[in-house]
Design a protein around this ligand. Sequence first.
Ligand code: ADP
Ligand code: MG
Length: 392
Amino acid sequence: MSLPALADLKDLDGARVLARLDLNVPVADGEVLDDTRITAALPTLRWLMERVEVVAACSHLGKAKGSPDPAYSLEPVAAALAQALGRPVRFVPDCLDPSRADAAPGELLLLENLRFYAGEKANDAAFAAQLTAPFSHYVNDAFGTAHRAHASVVAAAALYPTGRKAAGFLMAAEVAALSRVVNDPEQPYVAAVGGAKVSTKTAPLEALLGRVQTLLIGGGMANTFFLARGLEVGRSLVEEEMVSTALQVLDAAAARGVEIELPSDVVAADAIEGPSRIEVVPSSAIPADLMVVDIGPDTRARYAAKLAPARTIFWNGPMGVFEVDEFAAGTLAVAEAIASSPAFSVVGGGESVMAIRRAGVFDRIDHVSTGGGASLEFLSGDTLPAITALET
Ligand code: ADP
Ligand code: MG
């Protein structure tokens, strides 16, 4: 089965649609701090508002623990959404409130945080039945939650037959772009993986080995690979317990003929905040009193040269502590190299997307995945429960 699209929905005249969105935006003091996810939800909402009678949007927000918590209310998001759409949004202060059933034609509702009910995370069928009861159709555009078996994305979808449920535009775009790098990617396929730790990226690393021609390693995780190769890493962030995993990755790469590249030089500093010593050193001579904070200039040039001829690129994880200006050059250089390559390029991951923005290359990347954990699970070849629930 393939993913049903909005255009596959039937009987939209007079339809009342429950739209599961990812409106999990950062909120502080009642203000939305970053509206990326609100903007990303607009195409699906606009498409629905033009065709159906009522749309009830719903989402989770923050770390709500199964009961109401004002710190995680979606009310500020309703205001931001109304502003972005230029139309009123009625906030419903409880996602099961009966008032959501008597919306007037043309009304757009935003239901309160789904995770104020324990049934959401428990994928509880009774909660899903209550949530969906007033709605004739169901749309899921929350790719960022697609790897979670939660009621609003799994049990809810199961209640709708073919023609009455669909993936929204964002979900469809994520699945299309990520499928292209998972299924039969055009070669040469070069992946760059960095970020803080090996332990959070083991499955994607192993999955990439089965598909790529070249794997470029950077960020804090490179330190664990340095240890695996017998190098010293000074005071760097390192995961001793992941050295054996790093060795397995190196062995698997060798066995499959995958070229695996580690930084040949690094930027090392005595502190992340307010450093007084910053040195560029070969990876084989990292001073005992310093820590690795970025890839060095030789490595930037080598990685750029590997990325230039690629036909497919996937990037996850910054090459260094790019949040600090002095340690951002490696990440920015890789971002620029990916943007300049004619390859089909996909970038995913929370901090990686921030880095892409910082580098000013957002528009030159084919697909910037905001799915975080969901993107990495998809990349690892896992079937995502919310996608399966839409397909069946
Ligand atoms: P993403 O969110 O894109 O998946 P991660 O969460 O895995 O990426 O890692 C991002 C973090 O890794 C960044 O905050 C960055 O500061 C950190 N990082 C990168 N290189 C290093 C390093 N050498 N030492 C410590 N932290 C690092
Ligand atoms: Mg992260």
